[in-house]
Design a protein around this ligand. Sequence first.
Ligand SMILES: Cc1ncc(C[n+]2csc(CCOP(=O)(O)OP(=O)(O)O)c2C)c(N)n1
Length: 673
Amino acid sequence: MTTQMDEICINTIRMLCVDGVEKARSGHPGMPMGAAPMAYVLWTRFLRHNPSNPAWPDRDRFILSAGHGSMLLYSLLHLTGYDLPLSQLQDFRQWQSKTPGHPEHGLTPGVVTTTGPLGQGFANGVGMAIAERFLAERFNRNGHRIVDHWIYGLVSDGDLMEGVSHEAASLAGHLGLGKLIYLYDDNRISIEGPTDMTFTEDRKARFEAYGWHVQEVTDGNDLLALEQALAAAKEEVHRPSLVAVNTHIGYGSPNKQDVASAHGEPLGPDEVTLTKENLGWPTDPPFFIPDEVKDHLRGAIDKGKTLEKEWGKRFQDFETASPELADTWKRWMAGELPSAWDKDLPSFEPDPKGMATRVASGEVLNALAPHLPNLVGGSADLAPSNKTLIKGEKDFQARTSQGRNIRFGVREHAMGSILNGMALHGGLIPYGGTFLVFSDYMRPAIRLAALMGLHVIYIFTHDSIGLGEDGPTHQPVEQLAALRAIPNLTVIRPCDANETAEAWRVALKTRKGPVALVFSRQGLPVLDRSQLGPAQDLSKGAYVLRDCPGGNPDLVLIATGSEVHIALEAAVRLEKEGVGVRLVDMPSWEVFEEQPKSYRQQVLPDQVRMRVALEAGVEQGWHRFVGDRGVVVGLNRFGASAPYKVLYEKLGITAEKVFEEALARVREKTGKH
Ligand SMILES: Cc1ncc(C[n+]2csc(CCOP(=O)(O)OP(=O)(O)O)c2C)c(N)n1
């Protein structure tokens, strides 16, 4: 049954969205107009949240995966009493407003994730549901329930078309994530027109096949049916739920309902008037909120306070019963590392034969794991290669949700978005592994992790032509440059086992954004540090690994990762030729650039213009460090299939090549031959 109050509230939401888009002359009014009833039912009858504290850890999460309908979320946040004044809704899409074109986590109170790229929010929710279940398993002991919330989302046709949602839905069904409930706004319209041009499979059957609990609401304005469906979805604890709701894009607009132009354009002043008249709404003023609507929806404020207070009491009881566990919970939720978390970080003896940095990473991860029980993750079906498995720990599965090893399956993109959801949920430090070349498959999620500033760790192995026989499809050449192009992503490519340990230390301490750890497949010498710069200096991004006597070089060599030992060999040979060489090991551009200018100049003195960089990847970007007159020994082509030593030789990533290039520069400068 729909009361008059319900109807006025729903129309208020619709018209705020219409007016916001109209004033901005940009945005998407259609989806919110059709989806307002389901959003209203969810937010007033189900969602347990506290507008006065958007960070309450046990709140239900609401994800607007179809982020283009952002005015819907902003209206709900304003109306239910979040710190988002009406002036912000009137400032929709404007410079420095809290109501950007698509919802942005960290900017607007109550926005739990950044959405807009379709499908991402869908997959984020799966990560949040994984985190909820893992934490519930860990902390809800002896009858205490301090972790007990639902993940709701509103998803659209576009979300369900995107591949990432297919991957994530498949995994969510497999894992039986019963706390995940998505409302599907089935309005059969996308930008180019009716979805039957492209999207005709039986969506409900698809989700049933994934193992979801699927329901349909045939009339998106039927509040009772919506309420019953959501109640049934909550009852189903062993399967995620999809409620497909039949709606009309642009509902209420006489000329734009069910028409694609309602999707992404303002209705236009005349149509706004007609729509308001049609829905019995005052045509003036815009952004009109009846007092009774305010009173009714702001009820969420007191309700939210009560809910959090009740939880607070439950938490107190829990804390009294298990003070240590409560302490751990607080620390995890605050994202703090325990004291001495790195005390067992291994160090490795010098060894010319050495070990692959991926192998060292596996050892480091396993040494850290006992001290960091909230370090949770896995690989996209490459755990044996990526060395991501935590030994002696269970898999995270439907029946073993205390397991820390997540099997993501061959689903890199969803893995990236799920890691984001886990980080957004709070409490966990998520990590995920694949081959570096397949970072391309998860790039949209990496970009969003960087945009949101999430503490996510990527383990990218098989980092160059050094992977050998698998050939050019598997050999990354442009991926390092591509990752370095993402703002706020820290990329670290350590050169040996000891730097690998230091790289993990940095990755765990860097909380401002994601960190990509890049490891070799092939063995690399463990450098003898008694004669060289200390591996701990990795924390500065770049450092002098080996200097010329007197520390006043003619030439600087710069290298990263598996090429450092090659550059070292070249440096020794150059020195024999009487060239004063400094070798700079630069595992991370980003970390180096955060150092004070004085340090950076100390490592790369301005006056030394003869510089040669070595990396088994494209040149792009390296001239920033070697300058216009510098040389980059890299790979501006794809690799090839052959044993890796042959490839290094044939493609010219050798000490000989570096030696020759460097010597040529020196001779050019001195005029000596
Ligand atoms: C990954 C991605 N590709 C393309 C877009 C651009 N885009 C925004 S909305 C949209 C159409 C979506 O249609 P639907 O999800 O049905 O939304 P509705 O028409 O119901 O508002 C597209 C293609 C996007 N936001 N994300």
